[in-house]
Write a protein that binds this ligand. Structure first.
Ligand SMILES: Cc1cc2nc3c(=O)[nH]c(=O)nc-3n(C[C@H](O)[C@H](O)[C@H](O)COP(=O)(O)OP(=O)(O)OC[C@H]3O[C@@H](n4cnc5c(N)ncnc54)[C@H](O)[C@@H]3O)c2cc1C
Length: 375
């Protein structure tokens, strides 16, 4: 299917099903957002829309990845899904396509796309974020499988997740990036404990996850033993670029809302112009990335530019909100105010998740601009 045909068909379908897809209320908790996301995914999958842009071997209907990018944009622009929780498939599925055994990908990916399951990404640890190569959660051989012991942290949505894409150390402690293996772990396996962490924006979005001698079958290895770094380097460019495309639609909606409701004379038109420019800079870059992917390019370190632009635009827009709806953000206790406050606070995370702003700039300097190694 071509993009124009997909857009027209999807828009008409969304108009027709607007009532059935609408969130239950304006003020929803994360638990309700997750439940509603599952409903939207199920309807869009069963009607075919969610399957376009993914290969047939994992339950898709084929076609360009631009189709699924437009789906995310349309759902976000209409306020039918929350952008952060929607993006997990865009982060994890491309890597499943590249590294999971074919039968595993064919069995599992449709469950995520249809909203029957939630998955999480177990990379960061208490002592390991930017320096991922130093991770210490350990997997040792046990028969044909692995036994995993250690801790992950900041694992988004782990309390809802049925599966985890986990990085574990299988080499010596000194093996750095060479001694890491990626595993696909069932979250109901005995020995896994998940503890949600309250975040300042008011939701328990991420968790600590503890692994105590957790048995993972050998066929759940993603790629080969010791190939975990390649898995991570494959996944992170999606997390830093294409998975953020529909976030621009959310930001566009919120910028328009802000201009509409801001207190008189509270917004400096120059600041509004600058924030709009930043948002469109991200959109232009992100669109080019989507087209590169659709054209068969492999995404790499250049996607750090997308991530920097997204974080810069998001924080500029919510800095403006702090001017335009100041009273609400600082002290309002109505639904609208708490939404602005929560989104303002969450915008601070944009320079942290998916790799911090400093790390993105290091990558751009060294791997894109070839400005030399760290001293
Ligand atoms: C909302 C949110 C969701 C997240 N979800 C997940 C998830 O689902 N799964 C997951 O695995 N992780 C997740 N994370 C964790 C995220 O990937 C890490 O927080 C991030 O990579 C930074 O690591 P850190 O927190 O350990 O900070 P650190 O690496 O300790 O960095 C601390 C500070 O030092 C700076 N710094 C560190 N090294 C350098 C350097 N070499 N040069 C310059 N500056 C440097 C950093 O930029 C930062 O300002 C999430 C984080 C957030 C905020």
């Amino acid at each position: 299917m071509e993009l124009a045909e997909f857009r027209a068909g999807l828009d008409a379908w969304l108009d027709e099903h607007a009532d059935g897809l609408a969130p239950p209320s304006r003020e929803t908790t994360l638990v309700e957002d997750m439940a509603h996301l599952a409903v939207v995914k199920r309807h869009t999958f069963d009607a075919g829309w969610m399957r376009w842009g993914w290969p047939e071997r994992v339950g898709g209907l084929g076609g360009s990845p631009l189709l699924r990018a437009y789906l995310g944009e349309a759902l976000t622009l209409r306020g039918l899904v929350e952008p952060g929780i929607y993006s997990m498939a865009e982060v994890l599925v491309p890597t499943m396509l590249d590294f999971a055994p074919a039968a595993l990908a064919a069995e599992m990916v449709p469950l995520l796309l249809r909203g029957d399951e939630t998955w999480c990404q177990g990379f960061s640890e208490p002592g390991t974020g930017s320096n991922l190569a130093s991770l210490s959660c350990r997997a040792v051989r046990d028969g044909d499988g692995w036994r995993v012991t250690g801790q992950k942290v900041w694992t988004s949505l782990a309390q809802f997740a049925q599966r985890c894409v986990l990085l574990a150390r299988t080499g010596t402690p000194e093996s750095a990036h060479r001694g890491i293996t990626a595993l696909f772990v069932d979250m109901d396996t005995p020995g896994i404990t998940v503890r949600p962490i309250g975040a300042m924006h008011g939701a328990e979005e991420f968790c600590e996850v503890f692994f105590d001698g957790v048995l993972v079958p050998g066929e759940r290895t993603l790629g080969q033993e010791g190939q975990g770094w390649a898995v991570a380097m494959d996944l992170l460019p999606y997390e830093r670029s294409t998975a953020l495309w529909h976030r621009a639609a959310f930001l566009q909606r919120r910028l328009a809302d802000l201009v509409a409701v801001a207190a008189p004379d509270s917004l400096d038109p120059d600041d509004v112009g600058a924030a709009t420019e930043l948002l469109y800079a991200f959109r232009a870059r992100s669109r080019a990335t989507q087209y590169r992917l659709a054209g068969g390019d492999r995404l790499g370190p250049e996607t750090s530019v997308d991530k920097v632009l997204l974080a810069t635009a998001e924080q500029a827009i919510f800095d403006l909100a702090l001017d335009g709806v100041a009273a609400g953000i600082v002290g309002g206790d109505d639904t609208t105010s708490s939404k602005w406050r929560s989104q303002y606070l969450y915008s601070r995370a944009a320079t942290i998740y998916g790799g911090t702003a400093e790390i993105q700039r290091n990558i751009i300097a060294r791997r894109v601009l070839d400005l030399g190694a760290e001293a």
